[in-house]
Design a binder for this molecule. Structure first.
Ligand SMILES: C[S@@+](CC[C@H](N)C(=O)[O-])C[C@H]1O[C@@H](n2cnc3c(N)ncnc32)[C@H](O)[C@@H]1O
Length: 294
């Protein structure tokens, strides 16, 4: 088993699902299967519908969850089409987990291009069947469009200067590798590593990744459909890793509560404990929100 990715706020997820009656759970972003492994182990009567848009992650989950046999089924695709692909009421779905972003396995694979610390192609696609890569964006988008991506999805302070420099460079050499981009960002920011200071390329890479994968598209309308497709008492857990995504989830949850369609299980998001962050630094930006269908 390869559980390189540590399931974030796993204890909290299990506690929330404990009260739902151990029926069918949907793991919308199964990754390597960390959360699903715990769900299937702790709830012996439960089954899991495991979804991921990345075929490599899904293959890993298949391997890691093999011992649970038919209690788990695997589906390639985005969770945004969950309610069109599955009749969640008929399947008695009692809990849905969404833990998007990227896994440690994806991040540490230099061929996927997600990490500015590894040398590899500027790819960044989670869905390997989609055609738009980060390199293609840098090689073909206009200066204004690039600046918009960097400021909207990465809150990059010198987005305009960076976009201009990207266009200038591509006149001579096409954008291909993560290292090319990291070096440009380091030069523009006169980067010198200092303790406690984040690398400026992290936000640039985040912005490109969000855009390449349409990460924010459809989340609010998907959340709005929950009461229509889940039975009363079902629970939804959403873990976010950046403020743009969290804002969308927070607003959609509050709107459902105002309409009295759901009950928020906690008025504020939960954060990983200090002990969890010490064990898994990647969890430090996580926020967990949860609701129950009225
Ligand atoms: C943080 S990892 C999930 C880790 C998993 N919970 C575990 O414990 O192993 C995020 C996963 O979600 C997948 N993903 C992100 N957005 C998705 C979407 N819209 N639909 C389906 N999968 C998605 C990614 O490909 C990645 O494998």
């Amino acid at each position: 088993m390869n559980f390189l990715h540590y399931p974030v706020m796993n204890k909290e997820v299990l506690e929330i699902f404990q009260a739902t009656g151990e029926k069918t759970f949907v793991d919308c972003t199964v990754g390597g299967g960390g959360h699903s492994h715990h769900i299937l182990s702790v709830f012996p009567e439960a089954s899991v519908i495991a979804i991921d848009q990345d075929s490599e992650s899904l293959a890993l989950a298949r391997k890691n969850l093999q011992s649970f046999g038919k209690r788990v089924s695997f589906h390639l695709g985005t969770f945004i089409s969950l309610f069109e692909d599955f009749d969640c009421r008929r399947l008695a779905v009692s809990g849905i987990l969404v833990d998007p972003g990227i896994s440690t396995v994806q991040l540490k694979n230099d061929q996927r291009g997600f990490s500015h610390t590894l040398d590899g192609p500027l790819d960044m696609r989670k869905d390997l069947n989609s055609s738009l890569t980060a390199a293609e964006i840098l090689n073909s988008f206009s200066e204004d469009k690039l600046a918009d991506i960097f400021s909207s999805y990465g809150e990059v302070s010198n987005a305009k200067r960076l976009s201009k420099a990207i266009i200038e460079k591509r006149l001579f050499t096409p954008w291909r590798s993560t290292v090319q981009l990291r070096r440009l960002v380091e030069d523009l920011n006169h980067w010198r590593p200092r303790p406690g200071l984040g690398h400026p390329a992290a936000k640039v890479f985040q912005a490109l990744r969000i855009f390449v994968n349409n990460e924010l598209d459809g989340i609010d309308s998907w959340l709005a459909k929950i009461p229509l497709h889940l039975r009363s008492g079902s629970r939804v857990v959403f873990i976010t890793y950046h403020s743009l995504e969290d804002r969308l989830v927070k607003r959609a949850f509050q709107q459902l509560q105002r309409l009295q369609k759901v009950e928020l299980l906690r008025p504020f998001p939960a954060f990983p404990s200090r002990a969890e962050v010490a064990e898994n630094l990647a969890s430090r930006s996580a926020k967990l929100r949860a609701l129950e269908v009225a």
